[in-house]
Each structure stands twice: as C-alpha cells, then as structure tokens.
Design a protein around this ligand. Structure first.
Ligand SMILES: NC(=O)c1ccc[n+]([C@@H]2O[C@H](COP(=O)([O-])OP(=O)(O)OC[C@H]3O[C@@H](n4cnc5c(N)ncnc54)[C@H](O)[C@@H]3O)[C@@H](O)[C@H]2O)c1
Length: 139
C-alpha cells in the first residue's frame, strides 16, 4: 500500500464532495469517494475513474460503512442539501444526518481517523427569525 494519506469523502458524487475529490487528489491524497447517488451524479466524478489514487464505493452510509486499509480523514458531505429534496426524501435526509454520522464516527474511531461533518445551512434556523434577531441586535 502506498504511503499517501487516505481520505474518505462521503457524498463524493455530489456538488461539494466531487470538488473535494478533485482537490484532495491534486494535493496528493488517496481519495475514496462514497455515495449512494440519491441526489448525486457519477458525471461529477467520471473524469477521476482512471486515476489509480481514486476509488468509488457505491454505498448508503446510513446502513453500514466499511473501508479496507488505513484512513487518515473522513469528510462527511453525504446529505440531500436542498429544501426541495428534504421534502421529497425526508426520512433519508434524517437518517444520513443521524445514523450516517453515527456509522462514520464508529469508522473514524476504529481507524483512528479525524472527521469533519458538513452541516446544513438549516442550523441557522428560520431566516425570518434570524433576520428579526439581527435587526433587534442592531437597534
Ligand atoms: N451546497 C451548499 O452551498 C451547502 C451549504 C451549506 C452546507 N452544505 C452541506 O454540504 C453537504 C453536501 O451538499 P451538496 O451541495 O454537495 O449536496 P449534493 O446533493 O450535491 O451532494 C450530496 C451527496 O450525498 C449523497 N448522499 C446522500 N445521502 C447519502 C447516503 N445515505 N449515503 C451515501 N451518499 C449519500 C448524494 O447522492 C449526493 O451525491 C450537505 O450536508 C449540505 O447540507 C452545502
């Protein structure tokens, strides 16, 4: 096995994940992209399939996650990301943020990897409320 650092990018076929795959490969990492393609598209990463330092795993991280070999980093970017998708696939959205995160934290612990989770912008709350809160502060 090469001595390159190895990073698992969940949601690797999505908008942000696919750009992260490009960037980490360019930085000299071995990249493992994992995606169930629920909102992503293989077209976002098809240019990487010939790269010996790139692997694609078609898997649902809400179920079970395993990656052979060492892992240095996990970037958890798997999640539907638009309000339209949240309404269309609410259960899958909740599962990937809860069970998916739980499964990946377990993998990180087993592998001794550091993990970064992409939060949704929904953590800011209802924009209407945020705006009112901001204008209260400005008074
Ligand atoms: N795009 C933004 O501007 C933005 C802003 C803030 C936060 N985020 C967060 O970043 C993350 C990624 O956003 P994005 O815009 O790349 O979304 P995206 O829909 O383009 O990508 C998400 C990817 O995750 C995959 N996925 C979903 N559930 C999965 C599962 N259970 N198992 C495996 N793969 C799964 C999808 O197939 C898709 O490829 C989301 O958590 C989103 O909330 C994005």
């Amino acid at each position: 096995m090469s001595d390159k650092k190895r990073v698992l990018i969940t949601g690797g076929a999505g908008f942000l994940g696919s750009h992260l795959c490009d960037r980490f490969l360019a930085e000299g990492y071995h990249v493992i992209a994992m995606d169930n393609l629920i909102t992503g598209d293989l077209a976002n990463i098809e240019h990487l399939f010939g790269n010996e330092h790139f692997e694609f795993h078609h898997a649902d991280v809400s179920k079970f996650v395993f990656v052979p070999g060492k892992l240095d980093y996990i970037l958890h970017f798997a999640s539907p990301a638009s309000p339209i998708d949240y309404l269309k696939i609410p259960i899958q959205t909740l599962k990937v943020g809860s069970l998916g995160t739980h499964n990946l934290l377990g993998l990180a612990r087993v592998k001794g990897a550091r993990m970064l989770i992409a939060s949704t912008s929904e953590v800011y709350g209802d924009p209407e409320i945020t705006r009112r809160w901001r204008s209260t502060l400005a008074m």
